[in-house]
Design a protein around this ligand. Structure first.
Ligand code: ZN
Ligand code: MN
Length: 489
């Protein structure tokens, strides 16, 4: 039996974070009453004319700059003709021969792989090649009821960026890493919220298998899995579909180019239609939109390219002494990274590495159950920094700080009043502590003799007694020092 090679290419549609739609001034808004954000243009009424949305073009070009794409000096728009039940003009305005971005690639971050695959990454540091990125419009939304269908055109005309990869992915795990890394980058650039659960990022998967001894140029029959909308489902779907195609090849069944859907409950893919080719769509230049010169926009957007997740990660390691793991966790989420940086810059004396521990272990631990992200965190970054400063100066112990932090998280209060209310303030006043130790020494001459006779371990007993006498408020470090000094010097 020959071995088989799986090859995957992705088409990712990402909704752009613009105020208005792609070709009209209707607002882009989730959760509005059906059909309230519509006009003749996005309803596809005859005679209505499209007008380009500059912000959508800028954000697409910015995406291209972040991903190392090039932008042709002139781009244009085309009509893709099809029967669209949720777009009455029956064509989609998209870009065919002259898209906004060409080439480029998506870096696969190690931590973007599924957890169980991070220890065995086949191609570490891989950058998946992109074919192109083009800009188009979304269609409306149809909801099928028992005996009828309702249509909502609020979504019709929403700017959609389509990111098309080369057939350059080798496994379901790489696809997960691709989508997760891409999502991070889109969020970093502020171009899309890219939440798959909310349909802001949707994915079509082209997958083929071929026997190992076939040349790479001769890919197997391409089968498309349409409209996958969760990363874990995508992984299951690809695994299933690759195995199904291999089974077909082995039993001599002929594979035909086609489009399938993933039925998550049953864990199978199911054929929808045999696939039409590009020429079936009868693309032609949209006569209502003239071609666009891009050079000035590209120059303008160059200055907007943000620090990317892998660049931030490297800086956290070099400037803040974060471990590779900590830096990766922090940089994986733009809002989390900003929170951390705000905490670090609040007080230069608090070690940045310690703050990283607090953010990752304690803060994320408490945030685990919360639906909202770090932006809803009740503890301000500067308040976390202050808490850690109290630990560093010996005002409270680490364990006490954890308790204080939980309270800060629950109430949104700052550390100081909680420390006070809990009576946690450590006594670090050397004079007061010396008096306590003196008393204990005087009351226990036999134990003193024991230590002086060479049993240094008995010293711990004195420290314990002093802690008890101070009701746990003594700074144990200072008490130990005093006991040692009094007994041994
Ligand atoms: Zn409109
Ligand atoms: Mn598309």
């Amino acid at each position: 039996m020959p071995k088989y090679i799986v090859t995957i290419g992705l088409e990712v549609h990402a909704q752009l974070t613009t105020q208005s739609k792609m070709f009209c001034a209707c607002p882009v808004e989730v959760g509005a009453e059906p059909n309230t954000n519509t006009c003749p243009t996005c309803l596809g009424l005859p005679g209505a004319l499209p007008v380009l949305n500059e912000a959508a073009i800028e954000k697409t070009i910015l995406t291209g700059l972040m991903l190392g794409c090039s932008t042709p000096p002139v781009v244009s728009w085309d009509r893709k003709n099809y029967f669209y039940p949720d777009m009455p003009k029956n064509y989609q305005i998209t870009q065919m021969p002259f898209p906004l971005c060409l080439g480029g690639g998506v870096p696969l971050y190690d931590m973007a792989y599924p957890k169980d695959a991070q220890k065995s990454i086949v191609n570490p540091g891989k950058v998946v090649k992109l074919t192109r990125i083009h800009l188009e419009e979304d269609v409306g939304k149809s909801t099928h009821h028992d005996k009828f269908t309702t249509l909502d055109f609020n979504r019709a005309g929403t700017p959609l960026m389509e990111i098309v990869s080369d057939p350059d992915l080798d496994s379901a795990e790489e696809v997960v890493a691709y989508l997760t890394s891409l999502r991070q980058i889109l969020i970093y650039g502020g171009v899309s919220d890219a939440d798959m659960e909310k349909g802001q990022m949707r994915c079509d998967v082209n997958i083929s298998v071929r026997p190992e001894d076939h040349p790479k140029e001769k890919l197997g029959v391409k089968i498309e899995l349409k409209n996958l909308n969760s990363i874990s489902a995508i992984r299951r779907a690809i695994k299933y579909e690759a195995e199904r195609q291999i089974r077909c090849l082995e039993t001599g069944e002929k594979l035909v180019q086609s489009t399938r859907r993933w039925l998550d409950d049953e864990g199978i893919t199911d054929e929808m239609r045999s696939k039409e080719d590009a020429h079936d769509y009868r693309y032609f230049p949209d006569p209502d939109l003239i071609p666009l010169r891009t050079e000035a926009i590209v120059e303008r957007m160059r200055s907007q390219v943000p620090e990317l997740p892998h660049e931030k990660r490297a800086r956290f390691e070099s400037d803040y002494g974060c471990s590779v793991y900590d830096a990766s966790v922090l940089a994986s989420d733009k809002a989390l990274a900003s929170y951390y940086e705000a905490a670090v810059s609040a007080d230069a004396k608090v070690p940045a590495k310690k703050l990283a521990n607090w953010v990752i272990n304690d803060l994320l631990g408490l945030m685990k159950d919360s639906e909202e992200g770090i932006s809803a965190c009740p503890v301000k970054p500067e308040d976390l920094s202050e808490l850690v400063a109290f630990v560093e100066s010996g005002k409270i112990s680490n364990n006490q700080a954890k308790e204080v932090f939980a309270e800060m998280f629950a109430t949104g209060q700052k550390a100081a009043p909680i420390i006070k209310a809990k009576g946690f303030e450590q006594v670090s006043d050397t004079g007061a502590l010396e008096a306590i130790v003196e008393q204990i020494l005087a009351a226990n001459p036999d134990k003193v003799a024991e230590v002086k006779g060479g049993n240094e371990k008995a010293m711990n007993w004195f420290t314990g007694q002093a802690m008890k006498a101070s009701q746990g408020k003594a700074n144990p470090k200072i008490v130990t020092e005093i006991v040692r000094k009094k007994l041994l010097e």
